[in-house]
Design a binder for this molecule. Structure first.
Ligand code: COA
Length: 330
């Protein structure tokens, strides 16, 4: 049976680091009050990376992609498909993936996919299906977000949570035990209101009025998102395990979406997974949306925690609400 094996991972974060104290000081200048203490205790975030002017999402995605290709030991021209999960593409059209394709020197079809923070899991599923169906042998999956450009600095309930980064995976068709064992996706469109960027699309297009109404920024009902995340992530991981006939104790590592450490803690408690099995880096990056899972996975692979033969669980949730999980044999 053909499997999609993850043969390379890569990540990139802009050089500039902004600590909670630095962010609090910057926000104080526009009369927005927050503190390192509040951010750390409520979210687990200590700092985030912000891209400088002139750096585009596709630059970050290309950097992460190149690094994943290098680990995989293949050239960009060997790719059959590029799928980029993002809600912060360089521009509404063309796709961020087209810029990435050109920047890394690939020639294959390339497209974006919009599933917010679940973007990397959705893209992984697409890649896996292409590979299993015989439509592609080598696929580059990228999650990239440049959220600092679409945060409302006057809204302290959102602007302290997010950061910029890109993460990538190269998947290759192989027969054998290694690769994606199962990948589940879910969407509840009744919850479109609790996390969104209302403006800039066709409903409220970019114009003076929508800019004045500040519709181009992330808005969120934090408590509802929190509740949904705990419920959905617990359920999707349990179902994926059950469907695959794999017990929780068999997992070596779980790479959760890094949105809030308290969400991770609660999900792990509910599922009875020891916290020592979590790969975490929220403290350093904040929530990097679709980049979060691949950036964290890359860290776990490069520092030697995730090794050949390990069973790894991935899970993420974002606007939609959209969520998903995957089980991967490394
Ligand atoms: C956003 C979130 C951290 C807020 O934490 P919370 O414990 O629910 O906090 P609340 O919203 O109840 O706010 C508590 C108080 O802190 C205040 N507060 C909110 N943001 C603050 C900030 N950055 N700094 C200081 N105070 C803040 C609120 O105004 C509120 O004050 P009040 O009690 O005087 O009204 C939390 O709801 C969360 O993580 N939600 C999920 C977000 C998420 O993961 N989004 C991405 C999903 S992909």
């Amino acid at each position: 049976m053909l499997r999609a094996r993850i043969v390379g991972t890569g990540s990139y974060a802009p050089e500039k680091v902004v600590t909670n104290d630095e962010l609090a000081a910057q926000l104080a200048e526009i009369n927005v009050e927050t503190s390192d203490e509040w951010i750390r205790t409520r979210t687990g975030i200590a700092q985030r990376h912000f891209a400088p002017e002139g750096e585009d999402a596709s630059d970050m995605a290309a950097a992460a992609g190149r690094s994943a290709l290098q680990m995989a030991g293949i050239e960009a021209k060997d790719l059959d498909l590029i799928v980029v999960g993002t809600v912060t593409a360089d521009m509404p059209m063309p796709a961020c993936a087209a810029f990435v394709q050109h920047k890394i020197g690939a020639t294959c079809p390339a497209f974006d996919l919009s599933a917010a923070c679940a973007g990397s899991i959705y893209a992984l599923k697409v890649a896996e299906q292409f590979i299993r169906g015989g439509g592609a042998k080598n696929v580059l999956v990228v999650g990239v977000e440049l959220l600092s450009r679409i945060l409302d600095w006057h809204d302290r309930t959102t602007c302290v949570l997010f950061g910029d980064a890109a993460g990538a995976m190269v998947l290759r068709a192989e027969s054998g035990e290694q690769g994606v064992i199962s990948c589940r996706l879910a969407t509840d469109g009744a919850l479109t209101d609790i996390l969104k960027i209302p403006g800039g699309g066709s409903k409220h297009p970019l114009n003076q009025e929508t800019v004045d109404r500040r519709l181009g920024y992330v808005v969120m009902n934090g408590r509802e998102v929190y509740r949904t995340a705990v419920r959905a992530l617990s359920e999707t991981m349990l179902t994926t395990l059950k469907e695959s006939g794999i017990g929780i104790d068999d997992l070596h590592w779980v790479v959760p979406h890094q949105a809030n450490i308290r969400i991770v803690d609660t999900v792990f408690e509910r599922l009875n997974i020891p916290k020592s099995k979590a790969v975490l880096n929220i403290e350093k990056y904040g929530n990097t949306s679709s980049a979060s899972v691949p950036v964290t996975l890359d860290e776990g692979v490069r520092d030697g925690r995730i090794r050949e033969g390990h069973l790894v669980g991935l899970m993420a949730i974002g606007a939609g609400m959209s969520w998903g999980s995957a089980l991967v044999r490394w």
